[in-house]
Design a protein around this ligand. Structure first.
Ligand SMILES: O=c1ccn([C@@H]2O[C@H](COP(=O)(O)O)[C@@H](O)[C@H]2O)c(=O)[nH]1
Length: 239
């Protein structure tokens, strides 16, 4: 039986080219069983109206626009995103402490403010790719460094790979959110993701939320894949 409730851990990445495709995909989904993530592609194509349409269907929305700019610009963008009534928004931790603090301050005092998290190291990157950007300390150390900076800036959590979740739980506590893309049920294709983890391992290692896109959205039967993942998570929670 599927018993997720007011705090579903699964966030489905709605990477679709237009509103019609996204809305027809979500039609059979139950908002008690998943949240939805709207990223660049869909937001650029369909805008705030689509976010409002998803919320009107009962879904909580993570608006994944990964703001990364000067503090004043990011703060204003966060204020505008919060006005949409979304559940969660994000920035890039690489924008630095002043930028993250400006983002947090922009949301202060708002009723039902969105959760604010920061991207550490993209799950599509490995040590070699990070090194090629001039960061030689490796993915694990860089993710831990940026996660600590995020917590010191007063944000609610981070986007990281579930591979780093256990270390971040140790460093920063269980309540600090660890929102983890790069989730791949056993046997599914990695695609462009480098740091992948199964749903069960992610939960066991301390991921608080699992972002899952193509393994569900490109499946022949998305509802069955979602139900199977719920089963996998329930087994971990019962163990
Ligand atoms: O480090 C990151 C940050 C964001 N993402 C986003 O999550 C989904 C993952 O989709 P899959 O199809 O399951 O790979 C996608 O929208 C990314 O933009 C990420 O993957 N890694």
């Amino acid at each position: 039986m599927l018993t997720e409730n007011t705090d579903p851990r699964i966030i489905i990445a709605l990477d679709f080219p237009d509103a019609d495709s996204a809305l027809s995909f979500v039609k059979p989904l139950d908002p008690a069983l998943c949240r939805l993530k709207v990223g660049f592609e869909l937001f650029v194509a369909a805008g705030p109206a689509l976010v409002e349409a998803l919320q009107a269907r009962g879904f909580q929305v993570f608006l994944d626009l990964k703001f990364h700019d000067i503090p004043n610009t990011v703060a204003s963008a966060c204020r505008a995103a919060a006005a949409l009534g979304v559940w969660m928004i994000n920035v890039h931790a690489g924008g630095g402490q002043r930028m993250m603090e400006a983002a947090r301050e922009a949301l202060e005092g708002g009723v039902d403010r969105p959760l604010l998290i920061a991207v550490t190291v993209l799950t599509s990157m490995d040590d070699a790719e990070l090194g090629a950007c001039g960061i030689g300390r490796g993915v694990d150390a860089q993710a831990r460094f940026l996660a600590r900076l995020t917590q010191e800036s007063g944000l609610d959590g981070v986007v990281c790979s579930a591979r780093e979740a256990a270390a971040l739980r140790e460093d920063l506590g269980a309540a600090f959110l660890k929102v983890t893309p790069g989730i791949r049920p056993r046997g599914s294709e990695a695609g462009d993701q480098k740091r992948i983890v199964t749903p069960a391992d992610a939960l066991r290692d301390g991921a608080t939320h699992l972002v899952i896109g193509r393994p569900i959205t490109r499946a022949q039967d998305p509802a069955t894949v979602l139900a199977d993942i719920h089963g996998e998570l329930a087994a971990v929670m019962e163990a």
